[in-house]
Design a protein around this ligand. Sequence first.
Ligand code: NAD
Ligand code: DAU
Length: 332
Amino acid sequence: MVKYLITGGAGFIGSNYVRNLLKNNQDVTVVNLDKLTYAGNLDNLKDLEGDNRYKFIKGDIGDAALVDGLVRDADIVINFAAESHVDRSIGRPDDFITTDVFGTFVLLEAARKHGVKKFVQISTDEVYGSTEGASFVETDPLMPSSPYSASKAGADRLAYSYFVTYDVPVIITRCSNNYGPFQYPEKLIPLFVTNAMDDKQLPIYGDGLNVRDWIHVVDHNDAVDFLIENGADGEVYNIGGGNERTNLEITSIILEKLGKPESLKKFVEDRMGHDRRYSVNCHKINMLGWQPQYEFKQAMRETIQWYEDNRWWWERIKSGEYLEYYRSHYKE
Ligand code: NAD
Ligand code: DAU
């Protein structure tokens, strides 16, 4: 029996990870430690109720006493927990520093003390900053440009330091933009899909020509499992989908699939410090034998369909605290 401690497992990527881990492996137990911030949602894992291999604990990764007890009982720790939204980090960076940097430190300290078998730090391609030229390789310097990406870069390097200094078996992943089911509707794709479904405008920042590399969340999580098996301790691995698209291209795919008019597009003031393009070179993980499986166009259509089929999930979110944030952010 392999014992996993997953942090942030009630969020988008973490909940997809927990579901697939339990589906694909019989001999595992999962403890999911999540603070249930605005982004954490137990609806994401409703289908796991009654599975006695799974346990949810509401708590903060910065709570050293709680974390100590949980890490002591774990073989593998995967740290998905974070404040994850760039726009929120521009408005109020405080929680980003507390959770993404200090919280990761608390987890690493416990991992060092109890000698876990693997500690995976889920970092991000945003730590490199923007590139309009070559794709980033793992040895490139980090030039994060938002409080979010800077806090993630801090955690990323802190994790590395625990490998070098204390021999904690750390693996660091830097993945590109994820899409798929259960993504909080503040992020580009679920925001635009759910707005368009309700004939609301789609706020495109700046000229809409910023580029992101999109990867299906299941491919990302599959790469994490692959690296736990095949990655080397102390190493960083880029993970990308190989699907670089402008925001305008993403918008067109959404409008076309939903049969909605171009007139829903609304160009708005640009995000402060908006990175033009993210792009990662995935040669390192590819050489180990991993490739993404999802075909972008088809998987995007299925993702959009998921939001069409699961109004119950996002309508509940969009009617609560979300509305306050959305209205103040977009000055509706
Ligand atoms: P998310 O915002 O959907 O989920 C984050 C989860 O962390 C939530 O359930 C939240 O309640 C929990 N959390 C926040 N603070 C916590 C704390 N102090 N203690 C315990 N739990 C806490 O984010 P996501 O999109 O699922 O991202 C997950 C991870 O993947 C993050 O580390 C993010 O930086 C990284 N990442 C995301 C993407 C992406 O495209 N979404 C890409 C690369 C890397
Ligand atoms: O690259 C990985 C990162 O991807 C993760 O580390 C972050 O956690 C995740 O939030 C994501 O960051 P982005 O800033 O790239 O994602 P977001 O969905 O916020 O924005 C994607 C692009 O769409 C970006 O160029 C900004 C633009 N955008 C976004 C929103 C929310 C708009 O034009 N309008 C919008 O309303």
